[in-house]
Every structure is written in C-alpha cells, then in structure tokens.
Write a protein that binds this ligand. Structure first.
Ligand SMILES: [Zn+2]
Length: 282
C-alpha cells in the first residue's frame, strides 16, 4: 500500500509531466476505477475533455489535478499507478483509464492491478475536493498545526500508533512509517497518547518528517514492485527501514532482535530495548 512519500513522488511526477497540458480524450477502460464518479464513466470523460490541468496537489494519500474550478481526484488504493509515457506504447491489461493530451505528447495511464484505487471528478474541488475535506492535513503540509495536533493526541485515550494512523487526526501515515517514526522517537506503539508529554509528541512528528524526507530522497518504499513513480520506476527506501518487516533482525541502534506484535489485524515492529513496553497502570 503506498504511503505519503510514495504518493508525493507520484504528485511530483504529475507536476513535471502533466501540469499546463490540455486533456484531449479520456478513455475509461474499466468501470470499477470510476465507481466513485456517480454520474458514470461517460460523464467523467465528457467533463474532462478540453480542460487544462493547472496543478498537481496532494493531501495524505489523495492526489488531485485542478482543472478550472473542478478537480480530477485520485486515490491509488493498494496498487494504483499513474504512468506517463509514449502514447504509442502497448496498453497493459491493468490500465483502467487512459488520458491523452491535445499536444499529442506523453499520455497518462491509470493502471491498477488490484482495482482498489479510483478516479472521480470533484466539482468545485480545485482548492480542496469536498470528498476529502474531512481528512486532516498531513505532516508535510503548511496547514499542519503541530500544537493543535499535539493537543488532540494528548486528549485521546488510545495507543500512540493507533492515533498516528487515525486519518482524522493526521493524514498520510500508514503502518510502515508509523513503526519507523516510533522507533526513531524511542516510543513503544502502545504508549498511551494521553500520557505523552508535548515534547515527546513534537519529537515523534520530527521523526515522522525525517523518515518521510529520507524516503522521498530514496524514491519511496516498495515491497511488491506495485508502487512506482510516473516513469514506472520503484524506490529503494525499504533497504533503509530500521524495524518494519525486520522481525528477528538486529535493531540498527542497539542490536537487540526486532520484535513483531499483532496490531489491528496487521503487525507492529519495534525494538524491545529502545522501545520498552509501557507499564500497565494499576
Ligand atoms: Zn534497539
């Protein structure tokens, strides 16, 4: 599942290759990719024809391309890819929507093997599409307010990892980067949010930003070659992960074997020495 750095890399690719160009044709190739566009694939295609893309924006794991006052809104789901390339190249069977431009240059293909991703047109959504207005700003946005988020986190009676994954508190952080940031900040995933000092929350978000920045410079993380940038290349940040997916391997800081605990039907990876379990309160 792509997380914020992977989606940001796709956004940068779209900014470089698509912004300023005018859409010629939109070919819906699989209706499931447009299930969130309730007026149907034909309406989606007609609404985008002839529109100029004026930007490439992101909040959390959502991307949008403003077209006039409206926006082409996209979520990559588990395996979605935005691919830019020679319009004459063969069409892979996983391409769900193909968009060509009036300049006859590289086309844009939304490819999605597992079909959890989706595209839609958000009317009036150029600044912030209504379907994602409830999603909190992510830690890389200027709208992210550390003091307000800290207060909200410290008001929750929940484990800190659960709070980090709550997209209504802060968006864009998934399982991989939550585990990596908690390891850097030396916090166990089950530490109660309410019991953290403001300085500990600030240090945790500094770790989140560090992990994101390092992943961005490595082109993101991929485990199954499904996440790629707009040129079809995958990143290599998984080689730098300290704890995620490394159960039994040595902690890069202290050498203790990384521990894996069950967590919300998935796993939490941590160092038993650097991130001691919280004491159970009597
Ligand atoms: Zn350690």
């Amino acid at each position: 599942m792509p997380e914020l750095p992977e989606v940001e890399i796709v956004r940068r690719g779209l900014e470089q290759h698509v912004v300023g160009r005018t859409i010629d044709e939109v070919q819906p190739l699989h209706p499931r990719a447009l299930r969130r566009h309730l007026a149907g694939p034909g309406d989606f295609a007609a609404a985008l024809r002839g529109r100029q893309v004026s930007g490439a924006r992101r909040r959390g794991k959502y991307l949008w391309l403003p077209v006039g006052d409206d926006a082409l809104l996209a979520h990559l789901g588990m395996s979605g890819q935005m691919l830019v390339g020679d319009p004459a190249r063969p069409l892979s069977p996983h391409v769900r929507v193909r968009i060509t431009f009036t300049d006859s240059g590289p086309d844009l293909r939304f490819s999605d093997q597992r079909t959890f991703g989706h595209l839609s047109l958000a009317a009036g959504g150029a600044v912030l599409p209504a379907p994602i207005a409830h999603i909190a700003p992510d830690p890389l946005e200027t709208a992210f307010d550390l003091a307000a988020v800290t207060a909200r986190i410290r008001g929750r009676r929940t484990g800190i990892k659960r709070a980090l994954l709550d997209q209504s508190l802060v968006s864009g952080i998934g399982n991989i980067y939550a585990d990596e940031a908690l390891w850097r900040a030396r916090l166990h995933w089950a530490r109660e949010s309410q019991m953290l000092r403001p300085g500990q929350v600030a240090a945790l978000f500094a770790s989140v930003r560090e992990v994101f920045a390092e992943s961005l410079s490595a082109g993101g993380t991929t485990f199954d070659r499904l996440y790629v940038n707009v040129n079809g290349q995958s990143g290599y940040y998984e080689r730098s992960l300290a704890v995620y997916g490394r159960a039994g391997l040595p902690c890069p800081r202290c050498g203790a074997p990384v521990r894996r605990d069950p967590f919300m039907n998935r796993s939490a990876f941590s160092c038993p020495r650097c991130q001691p379990r919280p004491r159970v309160r009597p």
